[in-house]
Design a protein around this ligand. Structure first.
Ligand SMILES: Cc1ncc(COP(=O)(O)O)c(C=O)c1O
Length: 506
């Protein structure tokens, strides 16, 4: 028996508040957890003798059986050693275990804006990948309730009646099968429906077995980055470009090569000069994010010519592909790619609702299996019931009529924005192309920084993301107006507020 255990009475059990303690826990569990916590926090050192079960019962006001049950549990887990005659002490064998109080203290929750900070505010030791992921900022402007909140479609126009009818009918009919995970690449019915839909509406050439269902474009980009890029591989990235894509590529260790965007979209010749041997080009050809231009046919062909020369990929993010108000929509780049170098990503989250979490990839055949398997790793599948409901929603034509309806609605909102801009904004604010989508980019007059304008608008409850943040190279100042979820009267009021801010210099 260790020397310390020779104390006659034994050391009292420290009064400790144990993390995660529930009032409903049985008494013996509470005593067990207190003693264990005392050991983990270094208050009950190895070799310390505990009071006898009888004394413990008296001191703690518990029954003898309760104390015996706690000690038996501690003994079974190796914290406590017991001898005949009910002498017990803290096991000596844990002396050399890495049980330091520091290690076992429950970390304080990270404070907002300080990701990864653990005990005493010191940064947690993260992997290089972890550091790059933790550096991502949460977008404050995505908060619901702000006017012009990005990525918020016309929620009031959702055909909830049809959706709910299909959902309850499907849930009844599918009995328990929807409680099980879907196949790795997605539910066959939804893959069929998506293949039909993108073939018809976007000129994408594919069969259902090229479709992999994912929960967002973001997940699609993350999978592409992780499966096709090694750390240090170069990626052509539109400049300005979509911040969330930039973050996903960075987190995968890619080297981003900013490629300028002009009125014809991505400058492919510039890309070829800057990084001819890049592994991938990320593009938003139908409606460049954030500037709103469309990739010209010449550039589309040049991009495919670049991709076909070696083992290179084009990731086409067709995020708001349904919404064009003027001219004929360009078919997807994927539709003119005969060499199978284009990976096409589309999403339902933007046109239906953001928490739906259904998007899809159309992949060259050889990538389908690896992507489907890799998606399993994250368990980020779309629930089976949601997939089934969406498949029927598409098959029965509800999605197509919703698109027709919101296209009209967004056109009205776009017109409302343009009218309000003509009325309230100074002439030296230049308004980007507004022929498609749910947002417009505004360029501020030379010398006018977008930071203060965006911050002042935010204080008035209006989300106007800064254009300059979207650049990797030399930034241009401007703001993005996401008018999608704003009724015309709010559009006029908010644009008037922006006009006032600009006039005041704030
Ligand atoms: C360029 C671009 N791609 C993709 C998305 C979003 O798609 P998801 O919600 O499916 O990730 C957005 C959202 O605004 C976007 O701007």
């Amino acid at each position: 028996m260790p020397a310390m255990a020779k104390q006659a009475r034994g050391q009292p059990i420290p009064l400790l508040s144990v993390p995660g303690e529930q009032p409903a826990q049985p008494q013996y569990v509470r005593l067990y957890r207190r003693i264990r916590e005392g050991v983990l926090q270094g208050m009950l050192a190895p070799g310390t003798r505990l009071p006898s079960a009888r004394m413990l019962a008296r001191d703690e006001g518990l029954s003898r059986n309760t104390v015996e049950a706690a000690l038996a549990q501690l003994q079974a887990e190796g914290f406590v050693v017991r001898r005949v005659g009910s002498v017990s002490w803290i096991s000596d064998r844990i002396r050399n275990e890495p049980l330091t109080p520091r290690r076992y203290r429950v970390p304080e929750p990270a404070r907002p804006g300080r990701p990864g900070l653990g005990e005493a505010g010191r940064p947690a030791r993260l992997s290089a990948r972890g550091r790059s992921m933790a550096a991502l900022a949460e977008d404050d402007l995505m908060r619901p309730g702000l006017f012009f909140a990005p990525c918020t479609p016309a929620l009031d126009a959702l055909p909830l009646d049809s959706w709910n009818r299909i959902a309850s009918r499907t849930a009844r009919r599918a009995s328990g099968s929807y409680l099980m995970p879907p196949p790795a690449a997605g539910l066959p019915a939804l893959r069929e429906a998506v293949a039909g839909h993108v073939g018809m509406s976007r000129g994408v050439r594919c069969t259902a077995d090229q479709v992999v269902i994912v929960n967002s474009t973001q997940q699609a980009i993350d999978l592409v980055a992780r499966l096709l890029l090694d750390p240090g591989d170069a990626v052509w990235f539109e400049d300005p470009g979509y911040i969330s894509a930039r973050q996903a590529f960075r987190a995968a260790g890619a080297r981003l090569v900013p490629v300028p965007v002009d009125e014809e979209g991505l400058d492919v010749a510039a890309g070829s000069a800057l990084a001819p041997d890049a592994r991938l080009a990320y593009v938003t050809p139908s409606h460049q994010y954030p500037l709103g231009v469309t990739l010209s046919l010449e550039r589309r062909i040049a991009l495919l010519e670049w991709a076909v020369q070696a083992d290179r990929w084009v990731l086409e993010d067709d995020y708001d592909n349904e919404l064009r108000y003027e001219g004929r929509p360009h078919a997807a780049v994927q539709g003119i790619d005969i060499a199978g170098r284009v990976i096409y990503a589309g999403t339902f989250n933007k046109i239906l609702y953001p928490t739906l979490r259904v998007a899809y990839l159309v992949l060259p055949q050889e990538l389908v299996e690896p992507f489907a398997r890799a998606r399993l790793l994250t368990h980020g599948y779309v629930p089976t019931l949601t997939q089934r409901v969406l498949a029927e929603f598409l098959d029965e034509g509800h999605f197509a009529s919703h698109v027709r309806r919101v296209r009209g609605l967004f056109r009205e909102r776009r017109n409302g924005f343009l009218a309000a801009a003509a009325k309230h904004l100074p002439d030296d604010v230049s308004i980007g192309p507004a022929a498609a989508g749910m947002h417009v980019a505004l360029r501020l007059p030379p010398g006018r920084a977008d930071g203060p304008v965006s911050a002042a608008a935010r204080r008035r409850g209006i989300a106007l993301p800064r254009l300059s943040e979207h650049y990797l190279g030399t930034p241009r100042d401007g703001v993005l107006v996401h008018y999608g979820n704003a009724p015309p009267r709010d559009i006029d009021r908010c644009v008037a507020a922006l006009g006032e801010l600009l006039a005041r210099g704030g």
